[in-house]
Design a protein around this ligand. Structure first.
Ligand code: PLP
Length: 448
């Protein structure tokens, strides 16, 4: 049935047919997923960077059940509201205020892509209301992933996505990503950060500051390869945005809800974005829901000027999804998972990964909170790749990890990890051991 009728997303359908269909994941508990053959694996990717509280949480199922019986759905278009999304907005505002008390309001959507589409429309609407309609350009970064809709894929910087269908749409400029291992190998972190941040200013000046609407970036790029910038990078980016009066947008779809040991990733870097987007960990993936966090000064302008913001979705603020997101946040709070990531599991993970630094195939290990990457190189002490080009070694090591009982993802030649925040220290050790074994098995294969 999978081959006969199902087209999975972001997939090569020739490969799907050759494989005779997908591997079915049929159940999960804690940090482990089980397939249709009864094989259980450690989930090193929290589903798809999202199952922050782990699997099997009855509280979320009960929240959905109760809300569906009470009121499965009602819209928020007709000057109507339902209690769960309004409660959720207040709860998210409380978490946003930790880093930036100006982030006071929330606009709901269903996915990360839609949240970034909302940014596209809201930011341009804001500048129209301000009487600066010329400000239409978004600056984003190469290799960024902001989603798969026309606008969010355009904001993203994945050229292979742009090649299909003639993206990006006009008005999006891409600058360098802060990928030091790949693109600043011989520089100090500070010099590299300054050089990369300056590409933003250069682009602003090239297109004319009066034409630039916003800069958007993930605090730590996830699908771009777990790119952790030097600590000086984000404050420099923020200063450039302020200098030219440009809105600063953080895509928190992966970094939000504890991933970096803070409620939102920008809080780690100490910056104050005007807008943020969130999804994934917001409901730990139990139901689809996303949001845009909006600063008071933007809301104030919309209130002052009046007129309808002609944007929104049938399921914006879906009561059942919102009830599940609230139950998810209650678990993050009651189990102290955000603080635990910062002070216990994040440092433990970083330390455990260090063990792999000496491996002959490993060029770098990096992590922040509970997201990390291992770079595979052909010559220790360099950033040279097997086969001369990126993307040869990564998939081989990934497949060996999966065979060994760990679900991870390869991005080019790095193995990326993003386990549930509930992962135990013993499970972190297990994750690292499986990767070590996979690297040992890959070594002779890659060198033959
Ligand atoms: N933004 C980031 C940083 C993401 O990682 C993703 C998905 O991986 C998205 C946006 C898009 O989210 P969705 O797949 O829910 O549309």
């Amino acid at each position: 049935m999978d081959v006969a009728h199902h087209l999975p997303p972001q997939s090569d359908y020739k490969v799907q047919h050759e494989l005779g269909g997908a591997r079915f994941i049929v159940s999960a508990e804690g940090c482990r997923i089980t397939d249709g053959e009864g094989v259980t694996m450690l989930d090193g990717m929290a589903g798809l960077w999202c199952v922050n509280i782990g699997y099997g949480r009855k509280e979320l199922a009960e929240a959905a059940y109760d809300q569906m019986l009470e009121l499965p759905f009602y819209n928020t278009f007709f000057k109507t509201a339902t209690p769960p999304p309004v409660r959720l907005a207040a709860k998210i505002a409380e978490k946003m205020a930790i880093g930036n008390p100006d982030l006071t309001h929330v606009f709901f959507n269903n996915s990360g892509s839609e949240a970034n589409d909302t940014i596209f429309r809201l930011v341009r609407y804001y500048w129209d209301l301000k009487g600066e309609s010329k400000r239409k350009i978004f600056i984003s970064r190469k290799n960024a992933y902001h989603g798969s809709t026309v606008a969010s894929a355009s904001l993203g910087g994945m050229t292979f996505m742009h090649e299909q269908g003639g993206l990006p749409i006009p008005g999006v400029e891409h600058v360098d990503q802060p990928y030091q291992f790949g693109e600043g190998f011989d520089e100090t972190p500070e010099a590299f950060a300054t050089r990369v941040a300056n590409t933003i200013e250069e682009r602003i000046l090239a297109v004319g500051p009066e034409n630039v609407a916003a800069f958007i970036g993930e605090p730590v790029q996830g699908a771009g390869g777990v790119i952790i910038p030097p600590n000086t990078y984000w404050p420099q980016v923020e200063a450039i945005c302020r200098k030219y009066g440009i809105l600063l947008v953080c895509d928190e779809v992966i970094c939000g809800f504890g991933r970096l040991g803070h409620w939102f990733g920008h809080q780690y870097f100490g910056i104050k974005p005007d807008l943020i987007t969130m999804a994934k960990g917001m409901s730990s993936g139990y139901l689809p829901i996303s949001a845009v966090g909006v600063s008071r000064h933007i809301v104030d302008l919309m209130v002052e000027k009046g007129g309808e913001f002609a944007h929104g979705f049938t399921y914006s603020g879906h009561p059942t999804c919102a009830a599940v997101a609230l139950a998810n946040i209650e678990i993050l709070e009651s189990e102290g998972l955000v603080g635990r990531t910062k002070t216990v599991t994040g440092p433990y993970f970083a330390n455990a990964l260090k063990r792999l630094s000496d491996h002959p195939l490993v060029g770098e290990v990096r992590s922040l909170g509970l997201i990390g990457a291992i770079e595979i190189v052909s010559r220790k002490g360099t950033n040279q790749r097997f086969g001369g080009a990126e993307g040869t070694a990564g998939p081989i090591v990934r497949d060996l990890c999966i065979e060994g009982g760990l679900m991870v993802r390869a991005i080019r030649d790095s193995i990326v990890m993003c386990p549930p925040l509930t992962i135990s220290e013993a499970e972190i050790d297990e994750l690292v051991s499986i990767i070590e074994k996979a690297l040992n098995a890959a070594d002779p294969l890659l060198r033959s």
